[in-house]
Design a protein around this ligand. Structure first.
Ligand code: BES
Ligand code: MN
Ligand code: ZN
Length: 500
């Protein structure tokens, strides 16, 4: 779908969208339309229960005396509560309401609104982002879809005062949306198509945006001593990989500034290994590479909008399979850090992958901070459901910045506690630590404590995204399926605090 910004002016025909505020209050464009219709628009509103609430809308088909094929009235809620998120939701809802109705072009009127803190051009840009985000589809394997079920909408015109400003504001947002789409694509691919080698190949495509991409194979990782990561992958016929991506975008005096670092869990399929999972729902484990998908999409977003920052993305890629070559419960592995781990449950594999990825990142890049993303524990879904990601951190400032960025973009995180008593639950008779606590409680916290043993003094945060990586129901800006939760959050964190 193409999105264009044009100067104010009602069209005479086609499909037009106008806003109505809470309490049936018409925007200027709605008023102008009502006039053309000799009061028909107001009569239509009065004939039903449409009051202009946010997320409500009212379609008028081919109203007589006009040349329009369709007028869509969209509820905008109260003027005072219109913010970026609200405009994104409205944009997404407009796309959903009109994309499969047979229209190729739609024009949306964005008016200045009394008592609203946003200017029309800002509102238009956010609305465009919402429409773009909701237009995502993963349909490459659907060969028999009926034409009438496919989107017909090709061009979305947004009409507002300051169209040029809106266009300029939207350009970097559109790059972020491209990053989101890449993440959603990666998370949606099945594990027979996407495995460590092919996922690494996808990361390599970022080269054309100016990202430096290195791929480490098993021999190199063995040399580096990454016994924790390699142990997880040893049961699979697919070879493990580690991908290192660098965007050195910092300009001026700070050109060689220490980078910020993002680290992703990339288990391309998690059967549980010898500690095998039950078969019901196991197909979900194709998206156990969600953290690495977010890191790749984030790098694409940052490079795409030429962010003024030095950033590294590191992802550990393995497939966790049971086989004659697989790691056994009770095996003891030596991580790159030198610390030994007794693997009591081969299904607690994400932390083993991240142990080596985090240590490697810290040693090689000495980053300002490290943030890892991982679909790490089922327990975080018990804690927070599918609403928020779990945040664990050794740094209050970084934590605060993440919480704020999350609220700003609608990707909410909730800080969870850590502490020595939780750490002790990993102590082990046979090795430096075990990979599960043994008890039934605090599963997400002990997983975070495990990771913390591999970050040293580096400011660090861990996002457990198991509950928010895949969505069973659509929202205004997120269709069903892969959400790409984390891309917009971390793009925002970088934009707000690390591009100065
Ligand atoms: N990938 C899973 C966690 C997961 C569960 C992600 C559900 C998304 C949805 C992870 O590797 C895992 O198996 N964790 C175990 C840990 C346990 C063995 C200590 C879990 O959560 O049960
Ligand atoms: Mn597992
Ligand atoms: Zn897993």
């Amino acid at each position: 779908m193409k999105i264009t910004f044009i100067n104010p002016g009602l069209p005479k025909n086609g499909v037009v969208v106008v806003g109505v505020l809470d309490g049936r209050k018409l925007t200027d464009s709605a008023k102008a339309l009502d006039k053309i219709m000799s009061g028909g628009l107001v009569r239509a509103i009065k004939a039903c229960r449409f009051k202009g609430d946010k997320t409500s809308s009212l379609p008028l088909l081919a109203p007589g005396g006009t040349g329009f094929t369709r007028i869509l009235l969209v509820g905008m809620g109260k003027a005072k509560s219109i913010d970026a998120k609200a405009m994104q939701d409205i944009g997404g809802d407009i796309y959903t309401a009109l994309s499969t109705k047979g229209h190729a072009t739609v024009q949306v009127m964005v008016d200045a609104i009394d008592k609203c803190t946003m200017k029309p051009d800002q509102m238009a840009a956010e609305m465009a982002l919402g429409a773009r985000l909701s237009s995502y589809r993963f349909d490459k394997y659907k060969t028999k879809e009926k034409p009438e079920n496919k989107p017909s909408l090709k061009t979305l015109k947004i009409s507002c005062a300051g169209a040029t400003r809106a266009r300029n504001a939207f350009a970097p947002m559109d790059k972020v949306a491209s990053g989101v789409f890449m993440t959603r694509d990666l998370v949606s691919e099945p594990a027979n198509i996407l495995y460590p080698e092919t996922l690494a190949k996808q990361a390599r495509t970022l080269t054309k945006l100016g990202v430096k991409v290195e791929v480490l194979g098993e021999a190199q990782m063995r040399k580096l001593g990454m016994g924790a990561l390699l142990g997880v992958g040893q049961g699979s016929v697919r070879e493990s990989r580690m991908v290192v991506m660098q965007w050195n975008g910092k300009r001026g005096k700070a050109k060689s500034d220490a980078p910020v670092a993002f680290v992703g869990k990339g288990v391309t399929f998690d059967t549980g290994g010898i500690s095998i999972k039950p078969s019901a729902g196991m197909e979900d484990m194709k998206w156990d590479m969600g953290g690495s998908g977010v890191v790749i999409g984030l790098m694409k977003a940052l490079a795409g909008r030429k962010a003024n920052v030095n950033v590294v993305g590191v992802i550990g890629l393995v497939e966790n399979m049971p086989s004659g070559a697989a790691q056994r419960p009770g095996d003891i592995v030596t991580s790159m850090s030198g610390q030994t781990i007794e693997v009591l449950n081969t299904d607690a594999e994400g932390r083993l992958v991240l142990a080596d990825a985090l240590w490697y990142t810290k040693e090689r890049f000495k980053p300002k901070f490290m943030i890892d993303l991982a679909t790490l524990t089922g327990a975080i879904i018990i804690c927070l459901g599918n609403e928020k990601a779990g945040l664990f951190s050794n740094d209050d400032k970084l934590s605060g910045q993440l919480s704020e960025a999350g609220e700003a973009v609608g990707e909410s995180v909730w800080r969870m506690p850590m502490g020595d008593n939780y750490d002790k639950m990993l102590d082990c008779d046979a090795a430096d630590m075990k990979n599960i606590s043994g008890g039934r409680g605090a599963g997400s916290i002990t997983a975070a404590q495990f990771l913390k043993r591999f970050v040293d003094k580096t400011p660090w945060a861990h996002l457990d995204i198991a509950g928010v990586t895949w969505s069973a129901k659509a929202s205004s800006t997120i269709p069903k399926g892969g959400t790409a939760f984390g891309v917009r959050l971390l793009d925002r964190l970088v934009a707000d605090h690390y591009e100065k």
